[in-house]
Design a protein around this ligand. Structure first.
Ligand SMILES: O=C(O)CCC(=O)C(=O)O
Length: 282
């Protein structure tokens, strides 16, 4: 359960570090499940299991020295809805501590899974996840008040490509199409005059320990750079919908084919399971 000062911090910044929610054994069990699903060995499949950077586009020529070139294949393994392929990951999505805290942050008594995603940046070749806001990438749901719980399956530190966040950016509206980053991966706005007065684009690292949870609002600007270290960077993010989230399609989304309700209705159904509600026995 989050206290008043944690709730106030989330309200101010749009992100918050929670506690360690997984034991060593639980982390190990999820890592094993992840290997299984990544290698295509699970009986049921997730919605996506691919390189987020695309397979062709990720091939990049890098200059080494004296004109020598090396070809690197940058990779971010993205698995969407691993909960559909793994009971352990479904159980994780329903983790009582996480769900109770997300419900507090969303000010709701009901949570459904919108979708989850693994992002695995392998050692050395782990690629970047571009600066973005989540909600503009989800053009089939409303309103923009979802909260995600991001749990590290390895210590996520600057060296292996932890996420970075821009404090306060969840209050600035939708700027997705104007977000860009410089050579150091620091974010900037292509038309800063569109930002509200006083908005300061200053990114901070969001290091999360193995088994710890970090929360972020669906409008918070965030991204994660390359992993050039020898360390793996595995994590599971669950994007939660409060009970009032509606289906309001305005564009494409990978979950669209799983929707069974009409536009304007509460987004629900077997692919958007309730994981927290007053009636669920804990
Ligand atoms: O894992 C990452 O580095 C990015 C994840 C992300 O963008 C998210 O959980 O919304």
């Amino acid at each position: 359960m989050l206290n008043e000062s944690q709730l106030a911090e989330f309200e101010k910044n749009g992100f918050l570090k929670g506690g360690v929610v997984l034991s060593e054994e639980e982390v190990e069990a999820l890592r094993n499940e992840l290997d299984n699903v990544m290698e295509g060995k699970s009986v049921t499949k997730p919605v996506l299991n691919h390189n987020l950077l695309g397979d062709e586009e990720a091939l990049e020529e890098k200059s080494l020295y004296d004109g020598m070139k090396m070809t690197t294949n940058e990779k971010v393994v993205q698995i969407v809805n691993i909960w559909m392929a793994s009971d352990a990951f479904f159980k994780h999505a329903a983790n009582p501590t996480i769900c109770e805290e997300v419900a507090q942050l969303c000010q709701t008594d009901t949570l459904r899974i919108w979708h989850d995603q693994i992002q695995y940046k392998p050692p050395i070749t782990g690629g970047p996840t571009a600066w973005h806001q989540d909600y503009p990438l989800w053009p089939i749901i409303q309103p923009a008040d979802l909260v995600s719980a991001w749990v590290a399956l390895d210590d996520a530190v600057i060296e292996n490509g932890c996420m970075w966040m821009v404090p306060g950016s969840h209050k600035w509206g939708n700027h997705q199409k104007h977000l860009a980053s410089d050579k150091e991966f620091m974010p900037y706005h292509r038309h800063p005059e569109l930002l509200p007065e006083g908005a300061e684009v200053k990114a901070v690292p969001f290091e999360i320990k193995k088994g710890q949870v970090g929360y972020h609002h669906s409008l918070t600007w965030h991204g994660s750079p390359n992993n050039r270290s020898e360390l793996k960077r595995r994590a599971i993010a669950v994007h939660y919908m409060p009970g009032h989230t509606r289906y309001e399609p305005s564009s494409e989304h990978v979950m669209l084919s799983y929707v069974t309700v009409n536009p304007g209705d509460i987004m629900q159904g077997e692919h958007f399971p309730v994981v927290y509600s007053p009636s669920l026995v804990r």
